[in-house]
Design a protein around this ligand. Structure first.
Ligand SMILES: [Ca+2]
Ligand SMILES: [Ca+2]
Ligand SMILES: [Ca+2]
Ligand SMILES: [Ca+2]
Length: 511
């Protein structure tokens, strides 16, 4: 934008805003929303998305997404983050042509020695390894770099099991064999299942997850078994050879789809959440030595869910791990929204879905959590089964607008805080910059994403804690010269005595 125009629009806006400080609050009680005006590639018709994984594949600072699809038309979709939480479908240019067969699970991992995240995907009777070339494209090295096992795998766990500094892989199959692949450090994997994973081949494992359960600094592995058997924990000997945990995991025989791990009770050891399909999810609490107690009844909401996916993250920013659950519905169950289980700080969870999550029942098999719009909070991406995939944006400190600004009309810019549950007095302000700042500049308050000069849009505003939203009315001058001018906006939000942070960057073009 030309400097003269920047000046012109700024002067006009400031004049008008100072004259009209009327601030309207609107009802917005939920923490997460699907933002209509944030670009997210829709697929038509919506297909059977079975997996989603997150990583910054191009190392531009913004987390990107890969989805895999159970329909056999196109198996992988790579979505590049535009830096502001909007996504472009770069599948056609970034990914090689792939064999046409069902894909089930996808993971990012550092397979070879460079720092660029690579992709591993499980398909019907095969796996694919796609190496990130570092130039925005991926190369299929499946024929040379991975074991040619004809197993349909349902789960992927990535971790350095033998302590040699590279990422190894455990793959599970709900129907046939679990596998362990060791990495040679250059992204070439060999099948070490027989020597390193003895007696753990045919557990009926839908999923596996690594964690150091006994504190000896190597990765042990949970297997989530899907065949109404007991769940399995295997202990690493430090060299990547696993033996059965002699005591075993407690709890009833279940049908597990996902194992998510983290220290939910804050005592320094790793606990485990077993997400079960059409059965009660289970929570296993670690005694610090890798001995687990089933504390489901005392710590989890009780009831049947169709859990297929689950991730732990500190969703409400109170310092403990919460759980986001993706559910699939069979004909005997009502379709559920993505479920949010909040931790009370002691490892006891309560269902906060009804007042924090969008009330949109959907079948989803997988979730991925990252700060997609780079405003220092956790957003949620989900894989939709026969419905669109999507992102639920965390509105804790979010700048949005429901429509584009129009010449001569009043435009509404929304500043969000913590909707409805703020513990502290909150305030916020919106800034207009002259352009987007690429790359962003790190500050103690987050990443600055707009270039100077900056102009205040309205006064610094105290945000009502009841609904956590303030709408700033912006009277766009009736001046045709403003048409097609780009506006780059970023807010500053203060939602705790010592928590001042930069909000997301919002982009508009005046119509
Ligand atoms: Ca990126
Ligand atoms: Ca290794
Ligand atoms: Ca613990
Ligand atoms: Ca965010």
């Amino acid at each position: 934008m030309q400097p003269m125009l920047v000046h012109r629009i700024a002067i006009v806006m400031i004049a008008i805003l100072l004259a009209d400080n009327t601030l309207h609050a609107q009802s917005l009680p939920r923490q997460f929303r699907a933002l209509r005006r944030v670009a997210f590639p829709a697929r038509s018709p919506a297909t059977e998305t079975s997996g989603v994984a997150v990583a910054d594949y191009d190392l531009d600072g913004a987390p990107d997404l890969v989805f895999c699809d159970f329909a056999d038309t196109k198996q992988l979709y790579l979505y590049k983050n535009d830096g502001r939480g909007g996504f472009a479908d770069v599948t056609a240019t970034a990914l090689p042509a792939l064999p046409r067969t069902f894909a089930w699970k996808v993971a990012f991992l550092r397979a070879d020695a460079d720092v660029f995240p690579d992709i591993l995907v499980t398909m019907a009777g095969r796996k694919l390894l796609l190496l990130n070339q570092g130039n925005g494209t991926f190369k299929d090295v499946s024929a040379t770099n991975i074991p040619q096992t004809v197993i349909s795998s349902t789960g992927i766990a990535v971790g350095d099991v033998d302590g040699d500094g590279d990422m190894d892989v455990v793959l599970t199959s709900a129907w046939t064999d679990n596998e362990l692949w060791l990495n040679d450090g250059r992204g070439v994997f060999t099948d070490a299942s027989v020597t390193n994973l003895p007696n753990a081949r045919t557990l009926g494992s839908w999923d596996a997850t690594f964690a150091d359960v006994d504190g000896d600094k190597d990765l042990d592995v949970f297997f989530g078994n899907s065949n109404y058997k007991h769940q399995t924990l295997m202990i690493n000997d430090g060299k990547g050879v696993f033996r059965f945990d002699t005591i075993g995991l407690p709890g009833p025989q279940t049908s597990t789809r996902r194992v998510a791990v983290g220290d939910v009770d804050g005592d320094g050891d790793v606990d485990a959440f077993f997400g079960n399909f059409a059965q009660q999810d289970r929570l296993m609490i670690n005694d610090g030595k890798g001995l687990f107690r089933d504390e489901t009844v005392a710590r989890l909401p009780l009831g049947l869910t169709g859990t297929y996916g689950a991730e732990m993250a500190d969703i409400d920013e109170d310092g403990d791990l919460d759980i986001v659950v993706a559910n699939y519905t069979n004909p005997t169950m009502p379709t559920q929204p993505l479920t949010l289980l909040l931790n009370d700080g002691t490892g006891k969870f309560f269902d906060a879905t009804s007042h924090r999550m969008p009330n949109v029942p959907l079948n989803s098999l997988c979730v991925a959590i990252a700060d997609f719009d780079r405003d220092r909070d956790a957003d949620i991406a989900f894989a939709g089964w026969l419905t669109d995939d999507g992102i639920y944006v965390n509105h804790e400190g979010q700048l949005t607008a429901g429509s584009a600004p129009k010449i001569g009309a009043t435009w509404s810019l929304d500043v969000h805080a913590q909707p409805g549950y703020a513990k502290y007095k909150q305030s916020g302000v919106a800034l207009l910059g002259s352009s987007q700042l690429v790359p962003r500049v790190s500050t103690p308050w987050g990443q600055l994403g707009i270039s100077p000069p900056w102009f205040l849009i309205g006064p610094w505003t105290v945000l009502p804690s009841t609904n956590g939203t303030t709408t700033i009315p912006v009277q766009v001058p009736n001046d045709p010269a403003l048409q097609n001018i780009d506006l780059w906006l970023q807010g500053v939000h203060d939602h705790a005595p010592t928590d001042v942070r930069l909000m997301n960057v919002w982009h508009e073009t005046i119509r």
